[in-house]
Design a protein around this ligand. Sequence first.
Ligand code: SAM
Length: 284
Amino acid sequence: MELSADTGRRLAELVHRLCGLVLGPNKDYLIRHRLEPILVREGLSSYEQLLERLQGRNAPRLHDAIVEAITTKETGFFRDQALFLAIRRVVLPACIANLKSSGGKRHRIRIWSAACSTGQEPYSLAMIVRDLVDDPDSGMSETQFTILASDISSDAVETARAGRYLASEVRRGLSEDHLKRHCSRDGKAWMITEPVRRLVQFQRFDLMQPPTQLGAFDLILCRNVLIYFDEATRRRVCQGMHGTLYPGGWLALGAAESLFGITDRFETVRVGRTLLYRKPGEPV
Ligand SMILES: C[S@@+](CC[C@H](N)C(=O)[O-])C[C@H]1O[C@@H](n2cnc3c(N)ncnc32)[C@H](O)[C@@H]1O
């Protein structure tokens, strides 16, 4: 379907307003490729008609459909193995030491997977936590951990909450050992088992909103989403996360993302092949 330069610009502005995504140089292709199914579904014959309908009472429903269609949900279990190794070997032990030295002021380690897509990232974290609490030498129990997993996409959050994955999805990153211990067969698919699922709470959350309502965290994973935002949005999101981390709390970004030129409020910590960010200050 034809997409004029002006209509393309207006749709790109709308997408930016709705979820912060910048469509970049190949925006016409992206708009056509991802939004055309909406036009077909709605019985519209042009992008101009879509813009018109966005003025009417269907706007909220269409906004949701646009966000669903335009966001990239690419993910996998233990995506970037080195990071999950660093979380297991360095980050969680540091969080546990903080909790234990808080003298009873704090009761839980709080982790946030801030753009969790279809759930593979928070379940990877939950599997690490499950392995840890199942080890009697850890001295930790599952009630001492909460993992919040959020995404702007309601569809992604629903899929994540269901915890059911195709064989092709579990093959992407899940070891035989994790598959055996933390998943059970469900026809041709696999279900994440209850002891892992109950460590994770899912909710829809738009990173354009300030995260203060979510409480404070020891570790935030905000991975492979900042790349889609412009610099001002990245700065705002990272400063919001800085505000919501406990002193001494950790931030993990995607392998292609960094805080360089965005904020200097974090210390960088190299763990093996992974770069992590830490909020300075004495842990509470
Ligand atoms: C490429 S996936 C990354 C998933 C996971 N963090 C990973 O690294 O595998 C990007 C996710 O960011 C979500 N997203 C995009 N804009 C968002 C926003 N404004 N607020 C919250 N999530 C957003 C998308 O819906 C998508 O699920």
